[in-house]
Each structure stands twice: as structure tokens, then as C-alpha cells.
Design a protein around this ligand. Structure first.
Ligand SMILES: [Zn+2]
Length: 412
């Protein structure tokens, strides 16, 4: 039995409770045994490893509900020029950056396969705990069909990663079963067009409601949730009606869609960071031509609609779409959540407790409470007075995942 005590810090436990000064966290093996004011914690009469927070802020390891660990920009030419193995080698560095940023759990919204997850679980490579979706489902000619008008098919598929293109009730049923067979923890559905794809526009819906129902029901039969990439309002409404667990992006939400989302307890993952960075890249001309119009057109609309959704009381989890943009900037999303109206404490909860609920992991991670896994970070700046400071990974001094110290910039 091994005990650790993190002490000399301010505790922000992710539950929304006020910060506790002079706090400590007692960890036994990989679990939190006690957390609170240091003088309230009874220490066991045994050897304890001490981690001095040096006046920093103790927070739960963050959860990014929308990343692509295997992607570095999603450019079609990468598929042409890179051998398949390069994507895996890149993922090693992407996961390192993610951990360094203070993110200990992610929901991968497409491309990471079961082998990537296993490699982290087996300790072969450093990385966050993950739920994977493997291959997003897309209609023929939809957001994840990489068949170009030229006649070239740019998709990557291999035995552990089925081709996700499917149509019709029978076709989508077979495909969702294939994706589940390949180890998906969550089913990702492309419900509308997108910014990154050459053949469609974000406004228009893709799967029919009947197809969506078949996919979502089949996943539910195995206790698995579904997440929908959805920009256009028609696609958002169809996905919500069909029983989706979360709407990703949500750009063209209207009042009716907001009402439906609230009524059915659907989560919204706004992914503000990708919109912001895509727009900057579009203005600089550093993204492909086919993306530029979409990227510029949607950003302000998205921002306004996210404000409305927040104001209306929609439950929002933190997700960034890192992979479309660079890795390791995940917590910059928190500052953007505050720009749409959240208080810093709410933004922290969106990236911890709420994201854990979205992933169905609320009993094991998301807050610093006795019995939960020891996923803990130490930030040297006060995130309540400066939420933006969490977005700089240099401020994240310590990262502990499952009781294991993965980053300690003070260690010699
Ligand atoms: Zn995405």
C-alpha cells in the first residue's frame, strides 16, 4: 500500500464548491482517500510520499470531450504522402502534449483505434485515459467520406479501423456493428456536413432520422452512447429526436433546437477553440481553399448561438477538436467558455465534472473526492482570477493520472 499527500495548495475540487486554502489530498495507491483542509485530514501511521504544491492550485485532471489524437490537421494530402505508421508515431507526441496540458482523459471523436487505447492502458506509451469512437459514421458523400470528385478515394481503413461510410437502415446497422466490433466506446455520427470536408457544407443534414435512430438504438442496446457532429439546425434536431447523447459544435442552433436539447438532457460540446483557430488560419490563408469559406462564415454565428444556448441553461461539456488544430492547447477552451458567459468555476466544471458525466465516468473521475481515481493537476496560477492561464501548459506544474505522477516540472 502506497500513500501520497499533496499539500500546501488551494483545492478546487470540480464539484463547484468554493476553493479551500491550505488544502491537501491524500492518495492511496491510485485512489483519492481524503481531500480538504490539510488539518482536517487524518494521516495514516506509515510512510507517505509528499508532493509540495508550493502554493499552487489543485484541480481534477481535465477531460477533453472532443479530440482526434491521431490527427494533425486533417489534411487530405497527409493521407496521400504519409505511410499509415506515421499517424501512430505522431499520436505518441500528440498524447504527450495532451498530458502536459493537464488533460488526463479524452473522448476521441474519430481515428484513434483500439490499439492506441491498449498501448496507453498497458503503459507502452504515455497518454490520457480514453474513450474511442474508432471510425465516425458518414453517408456516401458526407463529412467523413473522403472520396473526391476527381474519383480518388482518400480514406484510411485497415483491419482495426473499418470504413465508416454507410447508407440506408440496413447499411447503417451493419456499419455500427462493425464499429462496435472494432472496440468503439462511443459511436460518432456525422449528422451534417462540416468545415474540413471538400464535398459538403456544414449547414446541410446528412443521415435521415430513421438511419440515426437505427444507429443510436443499436449502440444503446449495448449501453453505448452516441455523439453527433452537427452544425446545421436540421441535422441537430434530427439527431436530438433520434436520441443522441451529445451534439458536437452545434453552430446553427435555434430556439427550438435549444429547447429540445434541454428537454432531452442532451449535452452540447461547443468546441469554441477550433472555430477560433480555423478562422485565424483561414484569414492567414494557411488552410486549404475548400475550408476557407466555411471557416470564416460560421465562427461569429457559432459564438452568438453558443451564448444563447448557455443563457438558456443548456448543459455544456468541454471539447476542443484538438487534432483539427494543434494538440496541447486544450485548456484554452476554458477561457472561451467564459467569453460565452460562463464563470471560471463553471468552465472548470465543464472540463471536469460535466465532461465525466457526459462520458458516463462520473463515478470514477471528474472531481477530487474520496473514492475517485487520483487524476489531479497542480496549476501555479489562480484559475478563478485568471482562467486563461490554464491554457498555457507551462503553468501546469504537476499532472497525476490514476495515481501516477506523469509530469512534475519541479522534479530534478
Ligand atoms: Zn472533431
Amino acid at each position: 500500500m502506497e500513500y501520497s499527500l499533496i499539500h500546501n495548495g488551494t483545492l478546487i475540487d470540480g464539484t463547484g464548491n468554493s476553493p479551500i486554502n491550505n488544502a491537501a489530498i491524500l492518495i492511496r495507491n491510485n485512489k483519492i482517500e481524503a481531500a480538504g483542509a490539510e488539518d482536517s485530514i487524518t494521516l495514516p501511521q506509515t510512510k507517505i510520499r509528499r508532493i509540495d504544491a508550493r502554493g499552487g492550485y489543485l484541480l481534477p485532471g481535465f477531460i477533453d470531450s472532443h479530440v482526434h489524437l491521431m490527427a494533425n490537421g486533417f489534411r487530405m494530402e497527409h493521407t496521400m504522402y504519409n505511410p499509415l505508421s506515421i499517424f501512430f508515431y505522431n499520436a505518441v507526441s500528440n498524447m504527450n502534449l495532451t498530458i502536459n496540458a493537464g488533460v488526463t482523459t479524452v473522448r476521441d471523436a474519430g481515428l484513434a483505434d483500439y490499439g492506441v487505447k491498449c498501448a496507453v492502458e498497458q503503459g507502452l506509451i504515455l497518454g490520457p485515459r480514453m474513450q474511442i469512437s474508432v471510425a465516425p459514421l458518414s453517408i456516401t458523400g458526407g463529412h467523413f467520406d473522403f472520396w473526391l470528385k476527381s474519383g480518388f478515394d482518400m480514406k484510411i481503413s485497415y483491419p482495426g479501423h473499418p470504413d465508416g461510410v454507410c447508407d440506408g437502415k440496413e447499411g447503417v446497422l451493419k456499419k455500427v456493428r462493425e464499429v462496435l466490433r472494432s472496440g468503439a466506446d462511443v459511436v460518432k455520427i456525422m449528422a451534417t456536413g462540416g468545415v474540413m470536408s471538400a464535398n459538403d457544407q456544414p449547414e446541410f443534414s446528412q443521415f435521415t432520422i430513421d438511419e440515426l435512430k437505427v444507429i443510436i438504438k443499436e449502440a444503446q442496446n449495448r449501453g453505448i452512447k452516441s455523439m453527433a457532429h452537427a452544425h446545421g439546425v436540421d441535422g441537430i434536431k434530427k439527431a436530438v429526436k433520434a436520441g443522441i447523447s451529445s451534439i458536437e459544435h452545434g453552430t446553427y442552433l435555434d430556439k427550438e433546437a435549444i429547447g429540445m436539447i434541454k428537454e432531452r438532457d442532451v449535452y452540447l460540446v461547443p468546441t469554441l477553440l477550433v472555430q477560433k483557430i480555423n478562422k485565424i488560419h483561414a484569414e492567414e490563408g494557411t488552410i486549404p481553399d475548400y475550408m476557407i469559406d466555411d471557416a470564416i462564415r460560421i465562427v461569429d454565428i457559432h459564438h452568438e448561438n453558443m451564448k444563447k444556448a448557455y443563457k438558456a441553461g443548456v448543459t455544456m461539456a468541454m471539447g476542443t477538436d484538438c487534432g483539427v488544430i494543434g494538440h496541447g492547447v486544450n485548456l484554452q477552451e476554458l477561457g472561451l467558455l467564459c467569453e460565452i458567459g460562463m464563470k471560471p468555476m463553471e468552465a472548470i466544471m465543464a472540463g471536469t465534472k460535466v465532461s465525466a458525466q457526459l462520458m458516463g465516468l462520473q463515478d470514477i473521475i471528474g472531481t477530487i473526492e474520496p473514492g475517485k481515481l487520483a487524476d489531479i493537476i497542480i496549476c501555479k496560477t489562480d484559475p478563478i482570477s485568471d482562467i486563461g492561464s490554464l491554457g498555457n501548459s507551462e503553468n501546469i506544474e504537476v499532472v497525476i493520472k490514476d495515481g501516477e505522477l506523469l509530469k512534475d516540472i519541479c522534479a530534478v
